[in-house]
Design a protein around this ligand. Structure first.
Ligand code: X2X
Length: 336
């Protein structure tokens, strides 16, 4: 029979145990992002932090460090820093993590995803699961998807309607060598640099062009550094991934893991919906500022699709043939 005394002792022990368990939690977890709160990306991270704080009743606190400051501005080091535990958590772009997770180059294959339905078909299906497994295998626990957006091409020289127009342009690219290949295949002169270095390079004319989602072009006022020509070619879109270093993840209780994951899913869904809904207004604002916007006809777009095919030959092997096939099938199904 449970006496009052043993009951009290057990209660005290469980109290002690739970306070020890929570004491193992950090007072604050670091969350790395590239873009801050003015951008959908930063807003996705803000939302996650807010939901976790609210739902854990203040037990789990996260602080966002934007502009890749935890990796001294080098966004391609974010994944390694998370894996080694220097960063606890991140909301990061597939592009920036692809040097460490080759499978993430899938999304950078030119013209793989024609529309939002195609992105969702990949992220929400088997291919998405395979990608999350690849991330986990490399020391980071992925929780949910967000979205940076379809990346469009801008430059300071002339309108781009055909692959020939890209020839000789110095283009700032980010992250993975795949981008070097895509632009080199088009005859451009690509230079890899971080986001921190991109705007200065555009300002001085060290580069002629860049590629980023409309939200980034708009909020960062890329037109003010001479980028007068913008071509909507939708050649790729980079999803965002909410993730936690495995070292930190394993310290959370199962309930708190579920809480962190559900909050990330909710924040991601919220951000994807919001950023897609804002695209039309963003484009109107960009046009209103005098940027010359070129929308490609199907035929013009096809010329870019054809010209970039060699990138698939080289990169399908590195990404994984099965994964590329799975993704292509998912896209094809989504277009029916
Ligand atoms: O550096 C970029 O172009 C950005 C901000 O879009 C990414 O981090 C992928």
């Amino acid at each position: 029979m449970l006496t009052r005394r043993t009951f009290l002792a057990a209660a005290a022990a469980s109290l002690l145990f739970s306070s020890v368990a929570t004491a193992q939690y950090k007072a604050e977890y670091t969350v790395s992002t590239v873009l801050p709160s003015a951008f959908p990306w930063g807003q996705a991270a803000d939302k996650w932090v807010e939901l976790v704080h609210e739902r854990s009743e203040g037990r789990i606190n996260m602080k966002i460090y934007s502009n890749s400051q935890l990796v001294s501005g080098d966004q391609t080091k974010e994944f390694s820093a998370m894996r080694s535990g220097l960063i606890d958590m991140a909301v990061g772009s597939t592009i920036n993590w692809s040097p460490q997770v080759p499978e993430l180059n899938l999304f950078s294959l030119p013209f793989l995803m024609p529309d939002y339905g195609a992105i969702d078909a990949i992220t929400q299906g088997e291919a998405g699961e395979a990608i999350f497994a690849a991330i986990e295998k490399r020391g980071v626990t992925p929780l949910a998807w967000g979205e940076n957006g379809f990346r469009e091409l801008s430059n300071s020289k002339h309108p781009v309607t055909r692959p020939d127009d890209v020839k000789g342009l110095k283009i700032r690219v980010v992250g993975s060598p795949l981008f070097q290949d895509t632009f080199a295949t088009l005859g451009a002169n690509p230079t890899q640099m971080s986001w921190a270095d991109a705007k200065p390079a555009l300002t001085t004319g060290a580069v002629d062009g860049q590629e980023n989602p409309l939200s980034v072009f708009d909020v960062a006022r890329i037109d003010q550094v001479g980028q007068e020509h913008l071509t909507l070619w939708h050649y790729m879109a980079d999803p965002l991934i909410f993730a936690v270093s495995n070292r930190v993840w394993n310290q959370f209780s199962a309930e708190d893991q579920a809480l962190l994951k559900q909050a990330a899913i909710d924040a991601g869904e919220w951000e994807i919906k919001k950023s897609r809904a804002e695209v039309a207004d963003t484009l109107a604002a960009i046009k209103a500022r005098g940027v010359q916007v070129t929308e490609l006809t199907d035929e013009q777009r096809q010329a870019f699709v054809d010209a970039t095919q060699p990138v698939y030959e080289k990169w399908t092997k590195r990404i994984g043939e099965q994964l590329v096939q799975q993704a292509q099938q998912a896209v094809a199904d989504s277009q029916r």
